[in-house]
Design a binder for this molecule. Structure first.
Ligand SMILES: C[S@@+](CC[C@H](N)C(=O)[O-])C[C@H]1O[C@@H](n2cnc3c(N)ncnc32)[C@H](O)[C@@H]1O
Length: 444
C-alpha cells in the first residue's frame, strides 16, 4: 500500500495500484488495507468498514472493466502517465464516469481533488483527462467496441485461448465471466435441512432459488453475518460447481481420504458433512490452513466422534515429508491453477496472470498428480479438480497422465450442462455456476 487513506476513492486508487503496479492480488491488497484499519477512520461520517466496502466495490468495478478503462486512458493521454500512481486515480475516476456511479461533477471534482492532494502538480492533467473523457465519450465508446481487449475486458492471450479452445461458445463464456457472480449457499445437513433453511431464508427476507440438492442461490448477495445461522454453521458460501467435488469423490464413511490442496476448506468441510472420514487435509500454506480449522469449527465438524481429521501444512508434491505410508481410499487433488473459470469472482486475476503462468501451473499440476498417485490404493479413486477452463490444465493434463500410467483409467462423470468426455467433465461458467473441471481417476 502506498499511503494511509480515508476516502473510498483514494482507497480504491490504492487498491488498483497495488494490483496493477505492484502485482498483489486484490484479496491480498484488501487484507493489507484491513490490517491497517486504524488508517481508515473517516473524514465524512462513514465508518471505516463502509469506506472499505465502497472502495472494494470501486476496485472490483475497475478490474471487471479494466480492458475498456485502460483503452480509454491510452486514448486520452499522449505519453506514459507520471507519476505512475496517477493510473489508479484515473482508472477509478473513469470507471465512475463510465458506469454512471455518481453525478459526473462529483466524479470529476473529487478525482481531481484527491489526486491533487497527493500530487499537486498533476491537478491540471487529471482535470484535463477527466473532462476530455466526458467530451469524447461517444467517440471513445465506439472505438472501444472495435478493440478486442476493450470490448471483452480480457487480455489478448485469454481471448485468443478461449476462442481457440471454445470456437462455438467463447462469446457466451466471456460474457458469463464478465457478469457479477451469484452468491450460492451450501446447506450443512448435519445442522439443518434444505426445507428448514429455505423457510429461514424466507422468514428473514432473503429471496433465493434452488440450484442443486444442497445449493441455494440468493437473489441478492448479502454479508454472511446477515444469513440465518451462519455463525452456527448451518450453511457455507460455495459456488454450485465447487459443490460438485465432494459428491464426485464418492467417499463413504470410515474411508481414509486425502484432501491434498485443502485450504480454505470449502471442499474439506463438504466431504465431512457427507461422511465420517479418516481425513488428512493438507495445504502448503500454513496461514490458509488456519481458515480450514475455522471453517470446521464453525460448521461443527472438527470434533465428530466417528471421524478423524488431521490438518497438515506441507507440500503435496513431497509425500516423504508427511505421509505415514498407509494408502488412501480417496484423494481429492484440487490443484492450484489459473482460476480462469472463476475470474468473475477475482477479476484482478485477468490482469495479473501471464500466459507463462499457465505453463508453470501445468507443470506443477503434473508434479502433484505424479507424487500423489502412488498414495492411492488399488481400486481407490482420485478426483482431479481445477477451477480453470484451459485444456492445458484440464483434459490435456489428464491425457498426459493416462499416457504415463497404465494403472489409471477415467470414470465417466455426468454433470448436467457440462462438456463430458473420456478425459473428464468441463463445467462451463453460466448463470448458476463458475467454470470447473473434474476428472475421476480409478486405480486398477
Ligand atoms: C484451488 S485452492 C484449494 C481450494 C480448496 N480445495 C477449497 O475447496 O476450499 C488450491 C490450494 O492449493 C494449495 N497449494 C498450492 N501448491 C500446493 C502444494 N504443492 N502442496 C499443497 N498445497 C498446495 C494452495 O495454498 C491453495 O490453498
Amino acid at each position: 500500500m502506498h499511503l494511509p487513506a480515508t476516502s473510498p476513492r483514494l482507497l480504491a486508487a490504492n487498491l488498483v495500484n497495488a494490483v496493477l503496479l505492484d502485482g498483489y492480488s486484490l484479496t491480498a491488497s484488501l487484507a493489507n488495507l484491513r490490517a491497517a484499519s486504524t488508517d481508515l477512520s473517516t473524514v465524512d461520517g462513514r465508518s471505516a468498514s463502509q469506506n472499505l466496502a465502497a472502495a472494494q466495490n470501486l476496485a472490483y468495478g475497475v478490474f471487471r472493466e479494466a480492458g475498456r478503462l485502460r483503452f480509454f486512458l491510452a486514448q486520452l493521454t499522449e505519453r506514459p502517465i507520471s507519476p505512475v500512481e496517477l493510473n489508479g486515480h484515473l482508472l477509478v475516476g473513469l470507471h465512475e464516469l463510465d458506469a454512471g456511479l455518481s453525478p459526473a461533477y462529483a466524479a470529476v471534482n473529487e478525482t481531481v481533488d484527491i489526486a491533487a492532494r497527493r500530487y499537486p502538480r498533476a491537478r491540471a492533467f487529471v482535470n484535463a483527462v477527466m473532462r476530455n473523457f466526458q467530451r469524447r465519450r461517444t467517440e471513445l465508446d465506439l472505438a472501444a467496441r472495435k478493440h478486442p481487449e476493450a470490448r471483452w475486458n480480457f487480455p489478448p492471450w485469454w481471448l485468443e485461448r478461449l476462442q481457440d479452445e471454445y470456437p462455438a461458445n467463447w462469446e457466451n463464456i466471456v460474457n458469463a465471466l464478465n457478469t457479477h457472480p451469484p452468491m450460492t449457499l451450501r446447506i450443512n445437513p448435519r445442522q439443518t435441512t434444505l426445507n428448514d433453511y429455505r423457510a429461514q431464508l424466507d422468514a428473514s427476507g432473503h429471496p433465493h432459488r434452488l440450484a442443486g440438492a444442497t445449493a441455494l442461490i440468493l437473489e441478492t448477495p448479502v454479508p454472511v453475518a446477515e444469513l440465518p445461522g451462519f455463525a452456527e454453521g448451518w450453511v457455507s458460501v460455495q459456488d454450485f460447481g465447487a459443490q460438485m467435488a465432494a459428491p464426485l469423490l464418492d467417499a463413504t464413511s470410515s474411508m481414509r481420504v486425502l484432501d491434498a490442496c485443502a485450504a480454505p476448506g470449502g471442499k474439506t468441510s463438504h466431504l465431512l458433512e457427507i461422511a465420517n472420514l479418516d481425513l488428512v487435509a493438507l495445504d502448503s500454506d500454513a496461514n490458509r490452513l488456519v481458515r480450514v480449522q475455522e471453517n470446521l469449527d464453525r460448521l461443527g465438524l472438527a470434533k465428530q466422534p466417528d471421524a478423524s481429521i488431521r490438518l497438515l501444512a506441507n507440500d503435496a508434491g513431497k509425500p516423504s515429508l508427511w505421509w505415514d505410508e498407509k494408502p488412501f481410499d480417496r484423494i481429492l487433488l484440487d490443484a492450484p491453477c489459473t482460476a480462469s473459470g472463476v475470474v468473475r469472482r477475482h477479476p484482478d486475476g485477468k490482469w495479473l496472470k501471464r500466459a507463462e503462468d499457465m505453463q508453470h501451473l501445468a507443470r506443477e499440476q503434473s508434479r502433484l498428480l505424479e507424487a500423489l498417485w502412488p498414495l492411492l490404493r488399488p481400486g481407490g479413486k482420485m478426483l482431479y479438480a481445477t477451477c480453470s477452463l484451459f485444456k492445458a490444465e484440464n483434459s490435456e493434463q489428464i491425457a498426459a497422465f493416462l499416457a504415463r500410467h497404465t494403472d489409471a483409467c477415467v470414470e465417466p462423470i455426468e454433470i448436467a450442462g457440462a462438456v463430458s468426455g473420456q478425459l473428464g467433465a468441463q463445467i462451463i461458467p453460466g448463470l448458476n455456476t463458475d467454470g470447473f473441471f473434474y476428472a475421476r481417476l480409478l486405480k486398477t
